[in-house]
Ligand binder design. Structure first.
Ligand code: SF4
Ligand code: SF4
Length: 436
């Protein structure tokens, strides 16, 4: 991005990046040990929250000349927001990095490849749920038709980058058409289910089980029609206007007054939904509805715990299983929504397994939306250290609460040659196994 003029990028920062938020940073450095990119870049200050905030301020103030290394420092941020809970000054780093990326996008002359990728992802795939379903139907056809076997047999995938080959190997199995339902409890609460785009296509089996679990624990579940992708991928990539467009569609789809909770089963989506109030705070028509929508957000583990799932699991008979289960936090579920204990409470309550805490579970796994595709080197470094920890605790099952983390754990298992002994599951799928 060397062709961008320093004056232009400075003006873009003045327009998009809130100076007051930058001023909140008192440069204490408490955030440094929480930041995966700082840790995995041999403690390079420019790859830390404090360093990035200093760069944002310097660009905005015009005290630094714009060059590729500054953009790279912003690109390498995972957006995991582990720096926020660590910060004593309450710096809103997540908003700052989104505003920074929006500023960069506003002046950047994108390459043809980037234009095609962004247009495909943000204006088609993640903008319209029907297009996402069409794409996943093609994947299902690929798996079911025998094409996948042929492609693997002739080694066609060797022609592509290693990451694509790995993703192909860990594609979830096509959803089954029918299965017996669980008993339904008496209705205690009415909830609207946010189905998500990846969760409702690639992981539709997990979504179906989520609804069954909710019903089993006393929910009347409605699935609003017309709901769209939450907009997180857009927002994290500097496309905040497109994220607002998706947020407005979702506000139109959900009846916030008619339900007790709006529940989701994907940490990344849940965090973005929980910040619609900030995203739309300047919207004269929807700001109030966005606040009501935000106030009703809850993730599946918190809601199940509220509805008595822990006591229920503890009441089930024990078996002689020796399954060793560990948990990798979804960064956004933990750092943005503050949900740390409910998934662990559920896992500890399951009798026929032993829960073991994963050292560094609070550190990002390197998935971070499409970060593992855009920044494969740093993502691989982070994943390798994560898998070292998994091997250290000798877990046979890794539980996650976000589709990106789940896919990343599956990639890690394949890379380390652990697929014969270790599996990765969404918390919902694991719990479903235990209670049905
Ligand atoms: S912990 Fe907060 S205040 Fe301290 S350097 Fe990091 S961002 Fe700034
Ligand atoms: S969001 Fe994550 S990667 Fe980015 S600065 Fe904060 S802790 Fe580091």
């Amino acid at each position: 991005m060397a062709s961008v003029q320093t004056a232009d990028i400075r003006q873009a920062f003045v327009t998009h990046v809130d100076d007051n938020r930058l001023m909140d940073c008192m440069r204490c450095g408490f955030c440094l040990p929480a930041c995966p990119t700082y840790i995995h870049s041999d403690q390079d200050e420019t790859q830390s929250p404090r360093g990035r905030i200093a760069l944002m301020k310097a660009v905005r103030d015009g005290t630094i000349a714009w060059d590729g290394s500054i953009e790279e420092a912003f690109d390498l941020c995972l957006g995991c927001r582990a720096c926020e809970p660590a910060c004593p000054a309450g710096v809103q780093y997540g908003i700052l990095i989104e505003e920074t990326r929006e500023a960069i996008q506003s002046v950047k002359k994108q390459s043809l490849k980037e234009r095609i990728v962004r247009k495909g992802a943000f204006e088609h795939l993640f903008a319209d749920q029907r297009k996402m379903k069409t794409a996943v139907n093609l994947v299902t056809f690929y798996q079911k038709s025998g094409l996948q076997k042929v492609v693997r047999k002739i080694g066609f995938l060797e022609l592509f980058p290693p990451f694509m080959k790995e993703m192909e190997q860990i594609l979830p199995e096509p959803a089954k058409r029918s299965r017996p339902s669980m008993d339904k409890a008496q209705v205690q609460v009415k909830v609207a289910f946010f189905a998500g785009c990846l969760m409702d296509t690639l992981f539709q089996e997990t979504n179906r089980r989520t609804i069954e679990l909710l019903e089993k624990f006393g929910c009347e579940v409605v699935i609003p029609k017309g709901q769209q992708c939450c907009g997180a991928l857009h927002g994290h990539s500097g496309e905040l206007d497109k994220a607002r467009r998706n947020a407005r569609s979702n506000l139109a789809a959900f009846d916030v007054v008619g339900v007790d909770f709006i529940v989701n089963n994907a940490g990344g989506c849940g965090a973005f939904l929980a910040e619609y109030d900030q995203l739309l705070e300047q919207d004269p028509v929807l700001a109030t509805k966005a606040q009501q929508f935000t106030a009703k957000q809850i993730d599946i583990s918190s809601l199940l715990v509220k509805l008595g799932a822990v006591a229920y699991l503890e009441s089930l008979p024990a078996t002689a299983s020796t399954e060793l289960v560990t948990y990798q936090d979804s960064c956004h579920l933990r750092n943005v929504n503050g949900v740390k204990e409910p998934p662990r409470d559920i896992l500890k309550a399951v009798k026929d397994c032993t829960f073991v805490e994963l050292p560094g579970a609070d550190l990002c796994c390197g998935s971070a939306g499409i970060y593992n595709v855009l920044q494969p080197e740093m993502a691989s470094r982070i994943l390798a250290s994560k898998m070292m920890e998994v091997k250290g605790v000798q877990a046979s099952t890794i539980i996650t609460t976000n589709p990106g983390c789940l896919l990343q754990m599956k990639v890690g298992i394949e890379r380390e040659g652990l697929s014969a002994t270790t599996r990765a599951l969404h918390l919902v799928d694991f719990m479903y196994e235990k209670v049905r």
